[in-house]
Structure formats: structure tokens, C-alpha cells
Ligand binder design. Structure first.
Ligand code: ARG
Length: 461
């Protein structure tokens, strides 16, 4: 192979099937701008180590700039004979500055330290794009919470009616999870901001190069401590794949609720036309495809994580070609999230809630039974006894087909001698919600404070 980076000891070129298996330019081409940035930084440390003259450095940098412009304009693309992005870009440089000068750039570096560095750079930028998209979803949830400060709905456990809560409280629960996903990516970034450049194939360089200077130029906080680890480690990729999968799973939980909320049975909300689809046969249909695709793609993101972990498992140190399989799962997870996040933000931001419907259902299923029990506890009744008494109220109301608030004074007293008519103060949805006023609870004042703290946290990013 004429352009290969390793032809010296070979008599023949690679077999066609070997070359086809080896090829990665169809996916690693997106690392090209990062590879060129790495090459510029590398040229400067070669120069500082006395391995390039001033004129050679200037010529090299001009050549790299030309390649960069040609890549950006689509004038320079990989050849079928280019094994990977690194090979192709070296060919591009040599075509522009000649083999004499172009051939000097490879001193003191290996594709092993290059690719480990460039992949970190690509992922750090991608994580910032994903973070911005996730914050747009958080913003949509915050806007809905602000627009519905008093709306209530039946809070659920096991999908059964449990206790009434504020809609804003429920929406902010999703926002909390998404904001943790954002914060997790930020924590990941701090751990990933170390540069393997200068590790060489695995053992480091003998040429007096300065890995710290390269790290700084490429936006890292420091070079890696250990060149073997620098070229072998991919936990940064696996951890990122987890962060993205977790974000996907959190989005899928919102998506599932939207799917349920927009059914005829729930009718809590109606999708905006712009964020719904129709049916090719059933004229009446309005389908929640955004939410379903978000739910479906979460499975794909989980697969990308587990696939990568399986690739990494039991690989001996340092670099193995298996590691070339690290990039496609991450490229895919990022690409999918860049499709899902704006659609989820749009769908959630335009969802029209039927607050009257949710308010009507909020006390259904005896969701105020806990309020009776806790009212009794405040009268000094042990919770065990109070729980029994509230359960007796439910049994009686259910038998008569009425709500707990419709039990007569006499019926309440039969359920427990401690149940005076004063208990009616908590037998309304508003009374129940207002009473849950501890930190983090569903009382309107607590939810309003939570919202402001969340907004401040979201602004930090
Ligand atoms: N394309 C490879 C990767 O993505 C880097 C090349 C390293 N190849 C090698 N034979 N050491 O991991």
C-alpha cells in the first residue's frame, strides 16, 4: 500500500478483504479537524525540541492549514487506500508540502496516542452539544411548571393512584433527573480533560517532546500520568456512553408518561399538531411518535454502552486494534440524542394539559386516605391504629360508591372514635397538597422554591 504508514517491512500490500476490514475512514473522518489541531500542536513541540527549523515549522503549519481548509470545503476526502483518518491526513500534508517536510511530522507520535487524544476531544465537544440539548428539555419542563403553578394530578406509585400532587412538582421531578444527567457529563469532562498525546505507541517519547504543551494547546488541563494507560484506557468512552444512556433512559421515562397521558383513558394532555403524527389508514389518529422514538432510542443507547463494555472486557494492555470499535457506538449515541433532544423539548414545551381533567381525577381512588391517617396521628393516635381507621373509611366509601369526603359524620365516627368532623379540612385535594409542606414536598410554596433553585442550577451550565 503506497500511502500506508507502515510499509517498510512488508513485501506485498494488504489483501483486499484485509484492507476492507481495517478501513475506518467512513466513520473516523469526523475526527479530521481534531487530528489537524493535534498535528499543529505536535509540530510546535517538534520545533521546540530542535527537530524542525523555524522555516520547516512555518511550512508545516501552512500545509496543515491548507489541508484543514480543503477538508472543511470537502475538496480533500479520504482515498479507499487510506486506512484511517490519520493516514489520509498525512497523505494530504505530503501532497501539499512534499515528502521531505511532510514526513517529519510523524516523529514521536503514534496513531495510538493520536486516536486516544482526538476521541477525547471529539467527545468533550459532543458532550457540550448534548448538554445544551438536555438543558433545552429542562427549560421546556420549567416553562410548563411555571405556566401551571396550581394544577394538580393524581400522583402514582405502581401506576395506581397514590396521593395528589402538583403538576409542577411532577414535571420538576423529571427536570431534576435531566439536570443530574447534565451535571454528570460535566463531572465526566473534568476526568476526561487529560491528554494522551506524547504517549507514543505506549512507552512515551525519546525525542524531548513536551506533552504538557500539547495538552494545553488542545484544551486539556494536563497530560496523562502514564503513557501505557493513556493509550490503553477507554473508560472515558464507556463512562460517556453511560452518561448518554442514562440521559436516554431518563428521557424515555418522560416519553412513556406522555404516551400514557395522551390516551383517551387518561386525557391529561393533548399533543401539538407539530409534534404528533397521523395514521395512513385511521383518519382520527394523533400519535405520540416523538415520545415513542425517544423511548425506543433509549434501548439503542443502552446497547451502545453494553456493546462497548463487552469490547473492552479483558483486553490486555496497551493498545489493541479492538479499540477501533470504540468510536461508532459513541458517534451513534450522540447522533441519536441530537435528534431526540430538540424534538422532546418541542413536544414538551407545546403539550396542552387538561388541568380540569387532572383535578377531577386527583382525589379518585381514595388518594386522600393517607391524609386521614396523618390527621389522626396529629391527634395523638398511633400510626398503626390510624392506618386501620383510614382503611376502614376506604372500605366503607368503596362499598357505598362515594368519595372519602362524602362519608357522613356518623360513618366517620364508626370507623374511629377519633374521627371528628374536623378531619374534613384535609379531605380536599388542595388541603392535602398544602399540608405536605416539608422541604421537597408538594405544597405550592415548597414547589415554587424548588423551581427557583433548579433554575439557578440550570443557569450554571
Ligand atoms: N484507527 C485506529 C483506531 O481507531 C488507530 C490506528 C492504530 N492502529 C494501529 N495499528 N496501531 O483505534
Amino acid at each position: 500500500a503506497a500511502g500506508a504508514l507502515w510499509g517498510g517491512r512488508f513485501e506485498s500490500g494488504p489483501a483486499a478483504a484485509m484492507a476492507a476490514l481495517s478501513l475506518s475512514t467512513h466513520f473516523d473522518w469526523r475526527l479530521a479537524p481534531y487530528d489537524l489541531a493535534g498535528s499543529r500542536a505536535h509540530a510546535r513541540v517538534l520545533h521546540r525540541a530542535g527537530l524542525l527549523t523555524d522555516a520547516e515549522l512555518a511550512g508545516m503549519l501552512a500545509g496543515l492549514d491548507q489541508v484543514d481548509a480543503d477538508v472543511a470545503a470537502g475538496r480533500f476526502t479520504p482515498d479507499p487506500a487510506d486506512e484511517d483518518v490519520h493516514t489520509a491526513l498525512e497523505r494530504g500534508l505530503i501532497e501539499r508540502v512534499g515528502p521531505e517536510l511532510g514526513g517529519k511530522l510523524r516523529a514521536g507520535r503514534s496513531r495510538n496516542d493520536q486516536v486516544a487524544t482526538l476521541f477525547r476531544m471529539w467527545l468533550r465537544d459532543a458532550a457540550r452539544r448534548v448538554t445544551a440539548g438536555a438543558l433545552d428539555v429542562v427549560d421546556a419542563l420549567i416553562a410548563q411548571a411555571r405556566a401551571h403553578p396550581d394544577a394538580v394530578l393524581p400522583g402514582r406509585t405502581h401506576l395506581q393512584h397514590a396521593q395528589p400532587v402538583l403538576l409542577a412538582h411532577h414535571l420538576l421531578a423529571h427536570a431534576q433527573a435531566l439536570l443530574r444527567d447534565v451535571e454528570r457529563l460535566r463531572d465526566w469532562d473534568a476526568r476526561t480533560a487529560v491528554s494522551p498525546y506524547g504517549s507514543g505507541a505506549l512507552a512515551g517519547s525519546s525525542l524531548g517532546l513536551d506533552p504538557a504543551a500539547v495538552a494545553t494547546e488542545l484544551g486539556f488541563t494536563a497530560p496523562v500520568e502514564n503513557s501505557i494507560d493513556g493509550t490503553a484506557a477507554r473508560d472515558f468512552a464507556a463512562e460517556n456512553a453511560f452518561c448518554l444512556a442514562m440521559l436516554g433512559v431518563d428521557l424515555s421515562r418522560i416519553a412513556e408518561e406522555v404516551i400514557v397521558w395522551t390516551t383517551a383513558e387518561f386525557s391529561y394532555a393533548v399533543l401539538d399538531d407539530a409534534w404528533a403524527t397521523g395514521s395512513s389508514i385511521m383518519p382520527q389518529k394523533k400519535n405520540p411518535d416523538v415520545a415513542e422514538l425517544a423511548r425506543g432510542k433509549a434501548g439503542r443507547l443502552v446497547g451502545n454502552l453494553t456493546g462497548l463494555l463487552a469490547t473492552l472486557k479483558a483486553q490486555p494492555l496497551a493498545y489493541n486494534r479492538d479499540l477501533q470499535e470504540d468510536k461508532e457506538p459513541l458517534f451513534d449515541s450522540v447522533e441519536q440524542l441530537e435528534l431526540v433532544l430538540p424534538a422532546m423539548a418541542g413536544m414538551l414545551g407545546t403539550l396542552a394539559f387538561d388541568t380540569a381533567r387532572m383535578a377531577e381525577l386527583a382525589p379518585a381512588g381514595f388518594t386522600l386516605a393517607t391524609d386521614i391517617a396523618e390527621w389522626l396521628v396529629r391527634q395523638g393516635v398511633p400510626f398503626r391504629v390510624a392506618h386501620e381507621a383510614a382503611g376502614a373509611c376506604v372500605r366503607r366509601a368503596e362499598a357505598r360508591g362515594v368519595g372519602l369526603d362524602e362519608l357522613t359524620d356518623a360513618e366517620l365516627a364508626e370507623c374511629s372514635p377519633h374521627l371528628s368532623p374536623a378531619v374534613r379540612s384535609v379531605l380536599t385535594v388542595q388541603g392535602s397538597i398544602a399540608s405536605r409542606d416539608a422541604y421537597g414536598g408538594t405544597a405550592p410554596a415548597r414547589v415554587a422554591e424548588q423551581l427557583e433553585r433548579l433554575v439557578a442550577r440550570a443557569r450554571d451550565h
